[in-house]
Design a protein around this ligand. Sequence first.
Ligand SMILES: Nc1ncnc2c1ncn2[C@@H]1O[C@H](COP(=O)(O)OP(=O)(O)OP(=O)(O)O)[C@@H](O)[C@H]1O
Ligand SMILES: [Mg+2]
Length: 263
Amino acid sequence: MTTGFAPAAQPSPTRSAIAAQVRDVVKTYGRGDTAVRALDGVNLEIAAERFTAVMGPSGSGKSTLMHALAGLDTINAGQVLLGDTDLSGLGERKRTLLRRDRIGFVFQSFNLVPTLTAAENIVLPLPLAGRPPDRAWIDDLVATLGLGDRLRHRPAELSGGQQQRVAVARALAARPQIVFADEPTGNLDSRAGEALLSFLRHAAHELGQTIVMVTHDPNAAAFADRVVFLADGRVVGDLAEPTAAAILSRMASIDAPATRKTR
Ligand SMILES: Nc1ncnc2c1ncn2[C@@H]1O[C@H](COP(=O)(O)OP(=O)(O)OP(=O)(O)O)[C@@H](O)[C@H]1O
Ligand SMILES: [Mg+2]
């Protein structure tokens, strides 16, 4: 296995491997006739210090999966592990603490605090995480996301894309171990989107940040190291080092009626 050329300082493959994982996870919403099996036995390992994209049709379970991975929601069966910690075994309070200390989340609906300015929203998690703000890091985030001239405005005074960028800055501000971003480029024009995606890629590769991003856009997913495809609450595909063309062709084969299971 060893070539004898690996530098001694390199982390061992087993240590650096898995930031989070789900095992046989089932999540249902509702009961009886109206029950929806949003996750139907999902198994997935998220590599540490890598940028992973999650794709799939609307309603395929992407947001549900992100919420389960981040401990924002309970599951009906299976296991969710963050590093070595089994979230399914933790009570609400411990899950809250773990989220605060180790997880950043960009919600599909932004979830900004309406009474606070953009700047206040961005630094909101810092006192909670119990770490002093890293000013240079936050300045870098604000500049990369093009928010410099909007910092004193409240969410209602910002465009959808600007609110989205504030939500991204907030999720990354405390430099959490793992960041989950649910369609973070959904409201951005292509230039702002590419700046954000390049930054996420840089954060994973150069700064050791683990990132999991949901997207519908093959060009956005092509910035990631890997794309995982969901359909009907299951993992149905996995692409390493994806290109937009490879993603498109995989999406086409997943959507093909012949491969679609009936419900
Ligand atoms: N709180 C809820 N109550 C009932 N059903 C829900 C709830 N949240 C999600 N669902 C259902 O679970 C399924 C998966 O939803 P989810 O939000 O994970 O999809 P998604 O892949 O993120 O879709 P989109 O691309 O539209 O955001 C859908 O059928 C949805 O209607
Ligand atoms: Mg969603």
